[in-house]
Ligand binder design. Structure first.
Ligand code: HEM
Length: 217
């Protein structure tokens, strides 16, 4: 396909198509398949939640820099914000002094730092927001059910996966994809966003690999 034909493909389609292989790599890291098959323990799940804190804090701090920026506002949804629910989950899983008890991996810091660099950079922020939020609204919903079943958890400890303001995730995901397509990114910006989304998946995968080194089945 020529470069001009590629630029006509909507951003959301390019993101999905171009990250398909990276998605497969992410969801088949042994840490993830072991977690979802009940071969790990609650501490492994808690550690995953712990690593996600800095990542979402960076994502949502970056998101806040786009408040009042007309072309970006379509991506900002209060019902997506995850940092408070991660903090509630960590309070449940590690106790009130969770912030002193969690042990953040270098791979999680690297991911959070990369997201932190997207402040004010819409194509790259959009890439990370897409990767995280659409993932949480997709596979994240299966993760929630399996983690609850295998590790004896209820809603407490897994509120990260509960989007109280989103009744039907598939409908919301379509809406979010439309908002991505309406950002009006130029062809070079689309290319930047797609490359950043691929990197976002790679950073997520590296984090799962590092978690697997800490929590072997
Ligand atoms: C735990 C393992 C995972 C499973 C079982 C899983 C499963 C799925 C499924 C079934 C979909 C399709 C949903 C639909 O068509 O509406 C999906 C979409 C998605 N997942 Fe995952 N996933 C996993 C891990 C991840 C990870 C680690 C990420 C990112 C870091 C991620 C990001 C995404 C994104 C961005 C989409 C939306 C694709 C699109 O329609 O554009 N997923 N996932």
């Amino acid at each position: 396909m020529s470069a001009s034909a590629v630029s006509l493909v909507p951003l959301s389609t390019q993101l999905r198509e171009r990250t398909r292989a990276a998605h497969e790599r992410a969801e088949t890291v042994p840490f993830i398949t072991d977690l979802m098959h009940g071969r790990l323990d609650r501490a492994a799940y808690a550690d995953l939640a712990a690593q996600q804190h800095g990542i979402y804090l960076a994502l949502e701090t970056s998101g806040a820099t786009f408040r009042g920026v007309p072309r970006a506002e379509g991506l900002l949804h209060d019902e997506l914000v995850r940092t408070p629910s991660i903090e509630a989950d960590l309070g449940y899983l590690y106790g009130p002094r969770w912030a002193e008890r969690i042990d953040v991996l270098p791979a999680a810091r690297e991911y959070a730092d990369r997201i932190g660099d997207t402040r004010g950079d819409l194509p790259r922020y959009a890439a990370h927001a897409y990767t995280r939020y659409l993932g949480d609204l997709s596979g994240g919903q299966a993760v929630k059910r399996l983690v609850q079943r295998h590790y004896g958890l209820g809603e407490a400890g897994t509120t990260f996966y509960t989007f109280t303001g989103i009744a039907r995730p598939p409908v919301f995901k379509n809406h979010y994809r439309a908002r991505l397509d309406q950002l009006g990114l130029s062809p070079p910006e689309v290319a930047t966003a797609v490359a950043e989304a691929m990197l976002s998946f790679e950073l997520a995968t590296a984090l799962f690999v590092a978690l697997g080194e800490r929590h072997a089945a």
